[in-house]
Design a protein around this ligand. Structure first.
Ligand SMILES: Nc1nc2c(ncn2[C@@H]2O[C@H](COP(=O)(O)OP(=O)(O)OP(=O)(O)O)[C@@H](O)[C@H]2O)c(=O)[nH]1
Ligand SMILES: [Mg+2]
Length: 328
């Protein structure tokens, strides 16, 4: 095997590993959604009212969202009528293609980097959604890409939050800037930016305390952190990533709606997809909010955080199923 073949093989095995991560991470959703859809197609070979009603229910149960589900059903009705389809099996590829088409084509996952100097990424979200873990996973990714990474312990509120990030920073092998619990998070941010500049850091990631969008003082604290960043780095923060726990379903959607309005969120990270059968929430969120889904959490290991890829996503859900689509 020559050098180029070896490289090619390596790349494709990496791609295969990603596919597997998506498949495993989405297996609960796939099991629920696809098995039920499959059973429906098996039972109802005729395209009738009952067929559409049940399909509607299945999609809503998977948290695809009412609005989006109604659009999908409407499109399928139209297609069936126009093409005079009678057997439900003929609607299989229409469904898969339509779901794929629900995601805008642009590359959602691309992180916006600084033109020069450190790229600053702030992580925000309510308590326990996975902000700190996501920072650790991202630190691991960026490091593998050869970037110089630094993290800042901007959650000075919760007991043990600084320690949690410290442990991660050590494990991943990246420097951390931290102050004592109870200190002003903006001061941590200030120090972190100074030291990121001095150390030629490529990516500085700032952890923040979990907060609800209706807590005015905490939202103001967040704004203050952003102002401190902007004073030091005028085009920063380059990303404000809102982390959402997908196991909370429609709740995550409303959090993002309310939070996004108030805090200049530039993108979303959807964690814990491996823990829910309602992974359709990714579709609902992508449809109902004008915010890109940059990364998805498909498990607890560092490699389980993946850039969101609509094709991997739909393929992981419907892959086996698409193979069985009869060609005409
Ligand atoms: N299964 C699974 N667990 C995850 C994922 N992401 C985070 N978690 C877990 O979620 C829990 C909370 O994660 P944290 O990173 O501490 O959440 P946080 O948003 O920083 O929480 P606060 O700082 O308390 O607001 C931890 O037990 C993580 O291991 C994921 O993608 N899959
Ligand atoms: Mg945290």
């Amino acid at each position: 095997m020559n050098f180029f073949q070896k490289i090619k093989e390596k790349i494709s095995s990496a791609a295969e590993a990603v596919t597997q991560t998506f498949k495993t991470g989405l297996s609960k959703t796939s099991e629920q959604l696809v098995k039920r859809v499959e059973a429906l197609f098996f039972r109802n070979s005729k395209i009738d009212e009952g067929f559409f009603e049940e399909l509607e229910e299945i999609l809503i149960m998977a948290d695809v969202g009412v609005q989006t589900t109604l659009q999908v059903i409407e499109a399928m009705r139209k297609e069936a009528k126009q093409r005079r389809l009678t057997n439900s099996i003929e609607l299989k590829p229409v469904l898969v293609e339509y779901l794929l088409g629900l995601f805008p084509e642009q590359l959602d996952q691309t992180i916006i980097y600084a033109k020069s100097g450190p790229t600053v990424i702030v992580y925000v979200g309510v308590n326990g959604v996975g902000k700190t873990t996501t920072i650790a996973k991202m630190a691991h990714r960026f490091k593998l890409e050869g970037k110089r990474v630094m993290v800042a312990a901007g959650d000075t509120f919760r007991a043990a939050a600084v320690e949690q990030l410290d442990i991660w920073a050590n494990r991943v092998g990246v420097p951390i800037v931290k102050h004592e619990q109870g200190s002003d998070p903006s001061a941590v941010v200030f120090d972190a930016i100074r030291s990121a500049k001095l150390q030629n850091i490529d990516v500085l990631m700032i952890d923040t305390a979990g907060r609800l969008q209706n807590k005015a003082n905490l939202m103001e604290e967040l704004n203050k952190m952003v102002r401190v960043i902007q004073r030091e780095i005028p085009d920063g923060p380059h990303e404000v990533l809102m982390v959402l726990d997908s196991t909370t379903g429609q709740n995550a959607l409303s959090q993002a709606k309310l939070f996004g309005e108030k805090s200049g969120v530039t993108g979303l990270v959807l964690t814990k997809l491996d823990g829910t059968a309602k992974g359709g929430i990714v579709i609902a969120i992508r449809r109902e909010l004008n915010l890109p889904v940059k990364y998805v959490g498909l498990g607890e290991k560092a490699e389980d955080l993946q850039p969101f890829d609509r094709e991997q996503f739909i393929h992981a859900l419907f892959g086996e199923w698409m193979v069985n689509i009869p060609s005409d």
